[in-house]
Design a protein around this ligand. Structure first.
Ligand code: GLY
Ligand code: MN
Ligand code: MN
Length: 430
C-alpha cells in the first residue's frame, strides 16, 4: 500500500452503523470492482469499489464482503472472501493479501478464498430472508452501459435465489458516507495537503509558451512522491479560452503570454479525494480585466462558503450563490441590471457565464454519494466552487476549496493553498 495503514476501528465502526440499518435476517454481499483493461494484455489499473472499501478497507481486486448480522452461527456474521494467490501470481504480480493481513486491515476475523463463496453462502442463504446487493446508484454514473462486477453479482444471486427479497446496499451507504468521521476528514485533509504542495510546484513552473501538460506533470510528480494513488479525476490545466470548457482536460495547448490558466485538480490518497481549483496568469501578473473577474469569483467564494452551514438546503444554497454571481456579472458589465430584473426566472441570464453547481459532497468519490435533498449537517465535507466564464474575452475563472461543515461554521481544508491575488503574484515571482 502506498498510504499509511488506516486503523481497522474505522471499518468496524462503519460496519456496525451499516448493519444496524439492515432489515432483520438479511445478508449483504458487496463485491470489488473489475480491473479495467486496455487493449491486448495491458490494464489501466484498479480502483476499489467505494462501498466495499468503506465497510472493510480491503484495497484488492476480487474481494467480496458478506455481512449477516442475524446469522445463527457467530462465524457467519461477517466474512471476507479474498483472492487466493499462487506461484504464477507471485512470479508475475507479487504478493497478495494473506488471510491474516486481510483480518488486520478489516477487523474481520473470518477470511475465506473467493472461490468458496458459493459453498459458504449456500448454508446462510437458506437461513436468511433477503439480500442487500451493491449497485452504482450515482445520479451521473458512468457505468450504465457496462456490466460491472455488481451487475454480475445481482444476476447471479437473483438466478440462484429467486424467491428471496432484494434490497439496495447503496441506499444505506449513501446516507452513512455523507457524514464523515474524524478519520475520514484526516484522510481528505492529507489529500488536500498533497494538492497544496502540488499547486506550489505547478504554479512556479508556469511561464509563457509552456505546454499545459508540462504544468500537469508537476502535479503527478507531487502526488506520486507523497503516496497518492492517482489524480481524483483527470486534471484540468486550461489556458485562456480553454478554461471556458468546464471539463477541458486534453491539456495540450500552449500557454500564451497574457492569458490566465485555470487548474482544477485533486489528489486521491487512501481512496479519499481532494478537489481544488486555482487560476493564475501565465506571465505571473494578472491583467486589469483578469483581476476584476478573479476578484468577483473570489468574493463569491468567500461569501458563498459562509452559507455552508448545518441546516442549509442545497438548492437554496445554490440559488443564493447564483445571486452572488449574478450581482458580480452586473458589476463586470456582462449583464444589464434592468434586463436581469425583468428576466424569465426559468431562463436566468447569468447562465451564459455561470453554468454549474457549486457545492458537491467529496470523500471516497470526488462527487460523493448522498442525497442532495438532505439538509446540510455537521461532518459533511463539501466543495465550494463558483466560476465566471467569458468565452468572448478568453477568460474562464473558477476557484474551489473543500470545507468540513461544523456547527460553528465551515472549516476550509484547503486554506493553505494560496488564493489572494497578491499571494499568487508573489509566489510566481519567487
Ligand atoms: N473537477 C470537478 C469538480 O470540480 O467538480
Ligand atoms: Mn468540484
Ligand atoms: Mn474541481
Amino acid at each position: 500500500m502506498r498510504y499509511q495503514p488506516i486503523s481497522n476501528q474505522l471499518f468496524i465502526k462503519n460496519r456496525s452503523n451499516f448493519v444496524s440499518e439492515m432489515k432483520e435476517n438479511t445478508i449483504t454481499i458487496l463485491t470489488s470492482n473489475d480491473v479495467k483493461h486496455n487493449n491486448a494484455d495491458d490494464v489501466m489499473g484498479f480502483t476499489q469499489n467505494n462501498d466495499l472499501f468503506y465497510l472493510c478497507g480491503i484495497d484488492q481486486e476480487e474481494s467480496i464482503l458478506v455481512l449477516y448480522p442475524d446469522a445463527y452461527k457467530e462465524e457467519n456474521r461477517a466474512i471476507l472472501f479474498i483472492k487466493e494467490t499462487n506461484e504464477t501470481i507471485k512470479i508475475w504480480d507479487g504478493e497478495k493479501l494473506t488471510k491474516k493481513q486481510a483480518t488486520e486491515v478489516s477487523g474481520i476475523q473470518r477470511v475465506e478464498w473467493v472461490q468458496d463463496l458459493e459453498m459458504v453462502l449456500q448454508y446462510m442463504a437458506f437461513e436468511a430472508d433477503g439480500f442487500y446487493l451493491g449497485h452504482n446508484e450515482h445520479l451521473k454514473r458512468v457505468t450504465k452501459d457496462q456490466q460491472t462486477q455488481q451487475d454480475r453479482m445481482i444476476s447471479w444471486c437473483k438466478e440462484k435465489y429467486p424467491l428471496h427479497e432484494y434490497y439496495r446496499a447503496a441506499k444505506i451507504t449513501r446516507g452513512l458516507r455523507q457524514i464523515k468521521s474524524e478519520e475520514e476528514i484526516a484522510l481528505i485533509k492529507k489529500a488536500a495537503d498533497i494538492s497544496i504542495e502540488g499547486f506550489h510546484r505547478a504554479i512556479q513552473s508556469a511561464k509563457p509558451n509552456i505546454k499545459e501538460y508540462e504544468i500537469e506533470a508537476e502535479l503527478i510528480y507531487t502526488l506520486t512522491k507523497n503516496g497518492g494513488s492517482r489524480h481524483s479525476f483527470k486534471p484540468i490545466v486550461a489556458s485562456g479560452k480553454n478554461a471556458c470548457a468546464l471539463h477541458y482536460n486534453t491539456n495540450d495547448d500552449v500557454c500564451k503570454d497574457g492569458e490566465m490558466i485555470l487548474m482544477d485538480f485533486g489528489v486521491c490518497y487512501a481512496n479519499y479525494n481532494s478537489d481544488t481549483t486555482r487560476c493564475f496568469p501565465v506571465n505571473g501578473k494578472f491583467s486589469e480585466r483578469q483581476k476584476e473577474v478573479y476578484s468577483s469569483v473570489l468574493h463569491c467564494l468567500k461569501e458563498g462558503s459562509k452559507l455552508l452551514m448545518p441546516g442549509a438546503i442545497s438548492s437554496e444554497y445554490e440559488a443564493q450563490m447564483a445571486k452572488l454571481v449574478e450581482t458580480e456579472l452586473i458589476k463586470l458589465g456582462l449583464l444589464d441590471a434592468v434586463e436581469v430584473a425583468n428576466q424569465d426566472p426559468k431562463k436566468p441570464l447569468y447562465k451564459k457565464y455561470f453554468m454549474h453547481g457549486t457545492a458537491h459532497h467529496i470523500g471516497l468519490d470526488v462527487h460523493d454519494v448522498g442525497l442532495y435533498s438532505r439538509p446540510f449537517e455537521a461532518g459533511m465535507v463539501l466543495t465550494c466552487e463558483p466560476g465566471i466564464y467569458i468565452a468572448e474575452e478568453g477568460i474562464g475563472c473558477r476557484l474551489e476549496n473543500d470545507y468540513v461543515l461544523t456547527e460553528n461554521g465551515p472549516i476550509n481544508l484547503t486554506e493553505a493553498m494560496p488564493i489572494e491575488i497578491e499571494e499568487i503574484e508573489a509566489l510566481m515571482k519567487s
